[in-house]
Design a protein around this ligand. Structure first.
Ligand code: URA
Length: 216
């Protein structure tokens, strides 16, 4: 049995991300996009960077790629309320250009802190930027997708980025097949670690939902 962290601890990290001015992206952003999902999440997804819609709404993966991510999550019997979703950089690069190495570096500690706090059993690495950040020594997604990589007692699974599969039927099929493997990895992790319980001093479920899911 594991005790989940508290919503307040997660919101404290989110607050620092929103106030962050550590790289040039803060100048052009509408707002930072810290992450979205419950503190009890056993599965986390890390994408590339917020796009235009995410920058406007303050939430990750709210566009077409987000719709596909939702379908992927639902294909293994979960919903978006079961997963914590974030990005390699938390502010939109202008014109949706690739994040630059110094921007990824400036944002890096936030991702490390979030992973250390949430202790997810499985981390989905969506696309090459997240792969470069989380498993820099690994081969590319084309070789590694769907495979489990164990680091620091955590399972990482590189996957094609949902945006890449939007107009590519065979990548889409591969993504759904890889997600079935993720289901197996989650089940194995749960069998070893047991259920995750909320700490006794935590806020009520309703307050928690409002805080962590709706009150970004
Ligand atoms: N939306 C995000 O939040 N991240 C991506 O990588 C793509 C779309």
């Amino acid at each position: 049995m594991q005790v989940a962290p508290t919503t307040e601890e997660l919101l404290e990290i989110h607050g620092r991300i929103r106030a962050c001015v550590a790289c040039r992206l803060h100048v052009t952003r509408t707002q930072a996009v810290p992450g979205y999902g419950p503190v009890e999440a056993r599965i986390m997804a890390v994408g590339e960077a917020p796009g235009e819609k995410e920058d406007r709404q303050g939430r990750p993966f709210v566009g077409a790629a987000g719709t596909l991510l939702t379908e992927l999550v639902e294909s293994i019997g979960l919903t978006r309320r079961d997963i914590y979703i974030t990005n390699t950089v938390r502010c939109r690069p202008p014109g949706n250009r690739d994040p630059q190495p110094d921007e990824v570096e400036a944002c890096s500690h936030f991702l490390d802190e979030t992973i250390a706090l949430l202790r997810p059993d499985v981390i989905l690495i969506l696309g090459r930027h997240a792969l470069q950040r989380l498993l820099p020594e690994s081969a590319g997604i084309t070789r590694f997708h769907g495979q489990r990589v164990v680091r620091d007692d955590r399972v990482y699974v590189p996957l094609y980025h949902p945006a890449a599969a939007l107009y590519n039927g065979s990548l889409r099929e591969t993504l759904f097949a890889d997600m079935q493997r993720v289901r197996g990895y989650l089940d194995e992790a749960e069998a070893v670690r047991g259920p995750r319980v909320r700490p006794e001093h935590a806020v009520s479920q309703r307050e928690h939902d409002q805080l962590s899911l709706f009150a970004l």
